[in-house]
Design a protein around this ligand. Structure first.
Ligand code: COA
Length: 184
């Protein structure tokens, strides 16, 4: 299995259906924290559902579409980053993230997103990377800002989560902005 070091004790790796048990154990630990803003814990009530969820994304990854990556801290899956949208022909993609509490506050998601942006822009020639987060999700919005993204606006009441329609902020980073930040 290949992985990329985010720190001495943390690695980023492609999250696949064969990791379902590890993934489900992680969801169980982080269900409430992650589920505040992210839908997949609610859609993964048991191991079979978690496996089916990862398998669905494996199919999409095989089509060069959306894909998931896990983050392990001291060998334990504590979160991940993903491309919820990945359109290589159009040059647009979106990045998302989540952590269970044990992984938070260490910069792991920011570093993992930097790896994904390097891949998307540097290797795959993407022009635009988007970030979507609920207006109340201050920690997620702080990641977008830390990555050098620009706030573009708000999609009003576009995301139905746990029975509530949430507003979503859209942030983005363009290829030339990332290159300039990288060489600065
Ligand atoms: C969004 C979420 C992933 C952010 O987690 P996070 O730990 O704040 O993000 P990072 O891993 O980038 O870490 C940044 C934090 O580590 C700190 N940090 C420590 N070392 C750092 C380093 N080397 N580099 C960057 N930040 C570092 C930062 O100061 C920051 O902490 P602060 O907010 O107290 O200032 C997390 O809150 C979460 O999973 N929430 C629930 C699910 C969710 O909302 N997902 C996103 C949906 S849009």
């Amino acid at each position: 299995m290949f992985s990329i070091d985010l720190a001495d004790d943390a690695q980023l790796f492609p999250l696949e259906a064969r990791h379902a048990e590890e993934f489900f154990a992680h969801i169980e630990r982080g269900r409430e924290f992650i589920g505040q803003y992210v839908g997949f814990p609610d859609r993964s009530p048991d191991l079979d559902a978690a496996r089916a969820f990862l398998a669905k994304y494996a199919v999409k990854a095989g089509e060069d579409g959306p894909r998931f990556f896990g983050i392990r801290l001291d060998g334990t899956l504590v979160g991940g980053v993903l491309f919820p949208a990945f359109d290589a022909d159009g040059g647009n993609c979106e990045i998302g993230c989540w952590l269970e509490p044990a992984g938070a506050g260490r910069g792991l998601v920011t570093k993992a997103c930097q790896v994904l942006i390097d891949y998307a822009i540097g290797e795959r020639g993407m022009h635009r990377v988007e970030w979507h987060a609920a207006t109340g999700n201050k920690k997620s919005l702080a990641v977008a800002e830390r990555l050098g993204m620009t706030r573009e606006g708000v999609m009003r009441q576009n995301y139905l989560h746990r029975g509530v329609r949430q507003d979503t902020e859209v942030w983005s980073l363009l290829a030339h902005e990332w290159s300039a930040a990288r060489s600065a």
